[in-house]
Design a protein. Structure first.
Length: 86
C-alpha cells in the first residue's frame, strides 16, 4: 500500500463481519452491523499509543472509509481509538 498517514492519523482495516450468531443462525446482509474492531495498517509519525499491527477498538462513526487495491480501509485520528486489545 502506498499511503502513509500524516500527523496523528491511523489507517485501520476493519475486522471481518460475522456471518452467523453463536447459536448458528445466519445473519442477512440487511441486519449486519459493521464491526468496531480492526487492525492498524499504518500509524502516523505523531501516534504515541498505537503502532502497526495492533488490534484496536474504535468509535462507531469514527473516521472516513475509502478503498485501496480492493481493501476497505478507514482513516481516523488516534483519539477515535477507544482501546488496544492485549
Amino acid at each position: 500500500m502506498g499511503l502513509k498517514p500524516l500527523n496523528d492519523r491511523v489507517i485501520v482495516k476493519r475486522k471481518d463481519q460475522e456471518e452467523k450468531t453463536s447459536g448458528g443462525i445466519y445473519i442477512p446482509d440487511s441486519a449486519k452491523e459493521k464491526p468496531q474492531a480492526g487492525e492498524v495498517v499504518a500509524a502516523g509519525p505523531e501516534c504515541k499509543t498505537v503502532k502497526d499491527g495492533d488490534a484496536v477498538l474504535f468509535a462507531k462513526y469514527a473516521g472516513s472509509e475509502f478503498s485501496v487495491d480492493g481493501d476497505e480501509l478507514i482513516i481516523m485520528r488516534e483519539d477515535d481509538i477507544l482501546g488496544v486489545f492485549a
